[in-house]
Write a protein that binds this ligand. Structure first.
Ligand SMILES: C[S@@+](CC[C@H](N)C(=O)[O-])C[C@H]1O[C@@H](n2cnc3c(N)ncnc32)[C@H](O)[C@@H]1O
Length: 207
């Protein structure tokens, strides 16, 4: 239906503008438990699987594209999932300013937009400033998980993270055979593995 009014998905979907100037995890979640972020969560396969299988953790997707973010939130809303939320907006706003320092146990950063064209590569999200923002929000001992099928982008992330003074490089997880058609880390992992692309996986720990 064209011009259908947008369904209010609060509290499952909120924008960063709604929450400005800062994000309060105690207000967002009923249970005080570890927080994990999914940066650029897309339509939310990771968020859905993680929040329904790991009830002892609160999961927050951050997605620039509100349409995708709302799709992710709809699945959480249907189940009234208490430990899953989606925030619409630019992850740099959230990581750089709105999230309290050292308040997050893990950041998941899966299949970031590759911006293939040479002149567009500077639009890539993962830069040294972005690595610093992740270091800012992670608790000591917290993890960054980052996967992509784009070899040269992975090389950039790896170089920045392996040399970052605040992080230790850990062994990444092995590739696992899916047990069913939705048994992938994210929608993009599913798509790229089905197309036969190798996936590069990285794992780092905040000192
Ligand atoms: C290629 S998709 C991958 C989606 C999902 N992580 C997956 O693996 O299926 C990249 C996502 O990052 C989102 N994105 C790009 N820039 C962003 C930003 N600055 N803040 C939040 N999300 C962003 C895009 O809108 C898109 O949904």
């Amino acid at each position: 239906m064209k011009n259908a009014p947008t369904v209010d998905l609060r509290p499952y979907f909120q924008t960063l503008d709604d929450l400005s100037p800062s994000i309060d995890w105690d207000e967002m979640f009923e249970k005080d438990q570890p927080i994990e972020l999914d940066v650029g969560c897309g339509r939310g396969l990771f968020l859905f699987t993680a929040s329904t299988t790991r009830l002892d953790t609160n999961f927050v997707g951050i997605e620039l594209d509100y349409r995708e973010g709302r799709r992710a939130a709809k699945r959480l809303a249907k189940l009234e999932q208490p430990n899953g939320r989606v925030l619409g907006g630019d992850a740099r706003e959230a990581l750089g300013k709105m999230i309290e320092p050292a308040s997050v146990s893990a950041v998941h950063f899966y299949f970031p937009d590759p911006w293939w064209k040479k002149k567009h590569k500077r639009r890539r999200l993962f830069t040294d400033q972005f690595a610093n923002m992740i270091a800012r929000v992670l608790k000591p001992g917290g993890h960054l998980h980052s996967w992509t099928d784009v070899e040269d982008y992975f090389g950039v992330i790896q170089a920045l993270m392996d040399h970052h003074a605040d992080f230790v490089t850990l062994d990444p997880p092995d590739e696992r055979d899916p047990e069913h058609d939705m048994d992938y880390q994210t929608s993009f992992e599913r798509k790229k593995r089905k197309e036969g692309f190798p996936i590069y996986r990285g794992l780092w720990q905040r000192r």
